[in-house]
Design a protein around this ligand. Structure first.
Ligand code: TRP
Length: 444
């Protein structure tokens, strides 16, 4: 029996924006965006990225909110209600978000350890060594990942309003405050402004076909596209919450945070270091040379942790809603099932960096497999399918009504969004997707 009575919802418009912005703003903005940008030519890449956000990400976010809001159901039932036989699209999203949880919780756990280690001055002076020893160890990274997963569990069992909404209303303002403080501090240093100018100056010679793939992937990842998280939040919007306005607020906040994170990180003069090392090795090193470095370092990792927490609760919620509404479990029980799955996957992902690093498929350990499979294969695929579903499968008149009435899209903008969803998204994303897959297979 489907259990969709009393499913709860957000109290108002601000709650909807903060929760969805919380999902969007995550490790993707603060940890991933800066290093992807520096690997792809700085300013030139940012221009391509902004194009992807505006022409692909925003319409897809509107589409996903619309499917959730229109049906007020979990991702599987939502697609199946609009068109019978399409529930598998929701299921694909939920499977993908579960796989993302596997490695995301591991990095989230790192942020917790780094916050505590910064506050207690325990990182020492061998920054690379500290990172290596910690992340390849057995128990320490597991304990921190588990703590993070239990924090999620606690929030999710609190309910949509009492848990997610309340947590978002506390976490997001704190996140913005820390971000602004860090940004002001970094721009205050002359060396910072110089490094910044270098990075934001477009260097089109570094742009390759791969940059387009990276920009699109980053745009989808950062907006949590296609995985059911934004859909489930859309289903909790209170009547009168405009979809388009909410999506624009979320996209704007997300973009501002990504750009500010890039400012903070590049102004520290670390743009030549890449990968996970950028946030976890290069940044603590820079902070250690600053006056009151321990405080700034603590704030920086707290910022990362808050961003990660507000994202992981939307992942957890999307999957929990499936167990509650499709499997008839209580919220508490459904949340436990998701928590246990997360614990198992995170354990495998974390151990795959150390004790289990010998186990690889195509040269990738479990951690990279989860990351690459979801971001290279699933994200673009779900983007294409969501666009096709809303643009081609959803009955034209119903979709128009959802977007223009409750959705708040005006008559002049509606055809533009429809055109982007019907033609631009499927075609562009498919082209980039195929090149990405071919490239990926070559690296195996
Ligand atoms: N948007 C998140 C970030 O930038 C990551 C993310 C990707 C995500 N897909 C998601 C979050 C699905 C929640 C649900 O870090």
């Amino acid at each position: 029996m489907a259990n969709t009575e009393n499913r709860g919802g957000f109290g108002g418009k601000l709650a909807a924006i903060l929760a969805a912005a919380g999902s969007a703003i995550g490790l993707g903005n603060i940890w991933r965006f800066p290093y992807i940008t520096s690997e792809n030519g700085g300013g030139a890449f940012i221009l391509i990225y902004l194009g992807c956000i505006l022409f692909l990400g925003l319409p897809l976010l509107i589409a996903e909110f619309a499917v959730g809001h229109n049906t007020k159901k979990n991702p599987i039932d939502a697609f199946a209600t609009i068109k019978r036989g399409w529930g598998w699209l929701g299921a694909m999203g939920l499977i993908s978000v579960t796989l993302i949880m596997g490695y995301y919780f591991v990095i989230a756990g790192w942020t917790l350890n780094y916050t505590i280690a910064s506050a207690t001055d325990a990182i020492g002076s061998d920054f690379g060594g500290f990172f290596h020893n910690f992340t390849t160890g057995t128990w320490m990274p597991l304990i921190f990942a588990y703590l993070f997963i239990f924090a999620n569990h606690f929030i999710i069992t609190g309910g949509v309003q009492g848990g997610i909404e309340k947590a978002s209303k506390i976490m997001m303002p704190l996140l913005f405050a820390i971000l602004i403080a860090l940004a002001i501090y970094s721009l205050w240093m002359p060396a910072g402004r110089e490094a910044l100018a270098n990075v934001f100056t477009p260097d089109f010679s570094m742009v390759t076909g791969k940059s387009f793939l990276a920009a699109m992937g980053q745009a989808f990842f950062t907006l949590s596209i296609g995985m059911g998280a934004m859909l489930i939040y859309g289903s909790y919007f209170k009547d009168g919450t405009k979809i388009a306005g909410t999506a624009i607020s979320v996209v704007s906040l997300d973009t501002i945070v990504a750009l500010m994170a890039a400012v903070i990180i590049f102004s520290a003069g670390v743009e030549n270091e890449s990968g996970p090392q950028l946030a976890f090795v290069a940044m603590p090193k820079v902070f250690s040379t600053m006056p009151m470095g321990g405080v700034w370092s603590t704030l920086f990792f707290l910022l990362l942790g808050l961003a990660a927490l507000s994202s992981t609760i939307s992942m957890h919620e999307a999957v929990t809603s499936y167990f509650v509404e499709k499997r008839g479990m209580s919220r508490r029980k459904g949340a436990w099932v998701v928590t246990i799955i997360a614990l198992v996957l995170a354990t495998a992902a974390s151990l795959s960096l150390g004790d289990w690093s010998g186990f690889t498929i195509g040269g990738m350990n479990i951690f990279s497999l989860l990351d690459n499979f979801t971001s290279i294969v699933m994200l673009p695929l779900l983007g294409i399918l969501t666009a096709v579903f809303v643009g081609w499968i959803w009955k034209k008149e119903d979709m128009r009504k959802e977007l223009t009435a409750e959705g708040g899209v005006d008559k002049a903008t509606y055809p533009v969004i429809r055109f982007l969803l019907r033609y631009v998204c499927p075609v562009l994303v498919s082209v980039v997707f195929i090149f990405g897959i071919v490239d990926f297979i070559k690296t195996l």
